[in-house]
Design a protein around this ligand. Structure first.
Ligand code: AHR
Length: 552
């Protein structure tokens, strides 16, 4: 889809559904799961997965397990923030149960306030006494009135409660350079500068740490409908004034491309000239990273597919489209390599995940969707790709953490009851990959890959990493109906102990609800056996497993 078509589609969607301005479907046809593809081949024997345990390579940044929380639907309000007067247990208005669940994931960073919302957000409206804060219209998301009761102080409080790091996204589309400059001063300056004094007058003495700052969002669409060239100039200008105050070192993230738009990435890289990363004299280059957005869906924007009611073909279509992320990361990295062979500039996939039709009866502008075992496998496929691209990928942020798109947590609008989604469990099972060294993994299947929408989809995905004398192997059996035997050929180190977990369910559409919160939950993987070359594992159909190894 061309940029122009994408923009007009986004305009049409915005007016028709109050919906977004995000990415196109990937290479496969928009018809996606329609037609009658050949049935996927059944496993013709054990799969061989070779892992070189002594060949630790690039570090998998823990930040690729990052999150995203936008002022959208019930993510911030109801999801995170219920106010001090809520009956739900809370700390200064922030839900205790949500914080506890997310602390268990060791969330490395949280992006806020958008998304499209970021380019309409004026931060000074969200500080000071709540009752005096001006209101605004959240025109992208449901056309609802935003009362600004959750602002900078509340967000930084949430960051501290979660034990995470802040990724604040500034406003280029409708904000000024001064506004952005003053926000970082307000957040991070320690002396008696005007903004530090304003922060103090609003009750916070100490500056906060803000390691990541976004220079606008989706500037090709909802962030201003700009050309790459026009935005690149603004990115240089705005980021110049996002200063490093009081020892706070900011990684500035330029608003990047969506999907396969490598031209956008190229223009941003060219705009950096020789200024890559952080200069020797300490002066930062205009920006240190460029972003990318990619969403998984099985149909066109007008009918993206149901989260829970899908055919077997749509199962494979979703997984095929998820696996396309590997190619996208490779293509954008190749462009970046040409300008930055020593990888000083990071690639930041700060929006990814499934985007389905909203649940029937819910506000189309709130992007509330269920989350099934299929979403879990979409996540595990992404993580395998992230591990393979560890050398360039600095950060990734799933969209979004609570109640929006591919969420970790869904809360009941009536009772507030919290449910952990299958996607949550994949994040939990993968915590051992944070800041571990990626290991070379070779997958060999006895049968041909499935052919889905004209692309090849091998029905086993894998990755591995090592850290602190142990290794973690991730295995996804993408076959909807067939179990799979995997021989793990473990080379280069002695394995002294092993254990495993598996996420599987009765059906591919299984999901968790307040009535059945553990329909999809990890359990011990009891089908690991010794094998002459290492271990042999039996994976259920449509499952995700992690195997932890202690190394001598
Ligand atoms: O995550 C939802 C929306 O998707 C974001 O606001 C926007 O950046 C993208 O189009």
């Amino acid at each position: 889809m061309t940029s122009n078509r994408r923009r007009s589609l986004s305009t049409a969607l915005t007016s028709a559904l109050a919906a977004p301005a995000a990415s196109e479907a990937p290479a496969p046809s928009a018809a996606g799961a329609s037609g009658t593809p050949a049935p996927p081949p059944a496993p013709a024997g054990p799969a061989q997965v070779t892992v070189d345990l002594d060949q630790g390579g690039d570090t998998i940044s823990r930040h690729v397990y990052g999150h995203f929380a936008e002022h959208l639907g019930r993510c911030i309000y109801e999801g995170f923030f219920v106010g001090e007067d809520s009956e739900l247990p809370n700390t200064r208005g922030i839900r205790d149960d949500v914080v506890a669940a997310l602390r268990a994931l060791q969330v490395p960073n949280l992006r806020w306030p958008g998304g499209c919302f970021a380019d309409e957000y004026h931060w000074k409206d969200g500080v000071g006494p709540r009752e005096e804060r001006p209101r605004m219209v959240n025109s992208h998301w449901g056309d609802v009135v935003e009362d600004n009761s959750f602002g900078t102080h509340e967000f930084m409080d949430l960051v501290e409660l979660l034990g995470t790091e802040a990724y604040v996204n500034g406003n280029v589309g409708s904000g000024t350079v001064q506004e952005m400059s003053e926000w970082i001063e307000y957040l991070t300056r320690s002396d008696d500068s005007p903004m530090a004094a304003l922060r103090r007058s609003n009750g916070r003495d100490e500056p906060w740490t803000v390691p990541f700052f976004g220079i606008g969002n989706e500037a090709w669409g909802c962030g201003g409908n700009m050309s790459a060239e026009a935005y690149a100039d603004l990115a240089r200008q705005y980021s110049t004034y996002v200063r490093d105050h009081a020892g706070n070192e900011v990684t500035r993230i330029a608003a990047g491309a969506h999907d396969g738009d490598t031209h956008w990435t190229e223009v941003l890289m060219r705009a950096l000239g020789d200024g890559l990363g952080r200069q020797a004299d300490g002066d930062p280059a205009p920006f240190q990273a460029v972003s990318l957005h990619y969403y998984t869906m099985t149909g066109p924007w007008t009918d993206k597919g149901s989260a829970t009611e899908f055919t077997e073909d749509e199962w494979y279509a979703a997984l095929s489209r998820a696996s396309y992320i590997d190619e996208l990361l490779a293509r954008h990295s190749t462009v970046m390599d040409r300008y930055d062979p020593y990888r000083k500039v990071g690639l930041v996939l700060d929006e990814w995940g499934t985007w389905w039709n909203v649940e029937p009866g819910t506000n189309p502008g709130f992007l509330y969707q269920q989350n099934t075992l299929r979403d879990a496998l979409v996540a595990s496929i992404h993580f395998d790709a992230f591990h393979r691209h560890a050398g360039r990928l600095l950060m990734a942020n799933i969209a979004q953490t609570v109640n929006v798109l591919q969420a970790m947590i869904l809360t009941d609008p009536e009772t507030g009851a919290l449910v952990l989604t299958p996607t949550y469990h994949v994040f939990a099972m993968n915590a051992g990959h944070h800041d571990a060294a990626a290991l070379p993994v070779h997958v060999s299947l006895p049968e041909a890959a499935a052919s889905v929408d004209g692309r090849e989809l091998p029905l086993l995905s894998a990755s591995a990493s090592t850290k602190d004398g142990s290794a973690l192997v991730s295995l996804s059996n993408l076959h909807a109906t067939e179990s799979r035997t995997v021989v793990l050929d473990l080379r280069g180190a002695e394995v002294t102990a092993h254990s495993g977990q598996v996420l599987a369910a009765e059906s591919t559409a299984a999901h968790n609800t307040p009535a059945a919160p553990d329909a999809v939950a990890p359990r011990e993987l009891t089908t690991i056996r010794p094998h002459a070359r290492g271990l042999e594992v039996e994976l259920p159909a449509a499952s995700y497993a992690t195997i932890s190894l202690d190394l001598a």
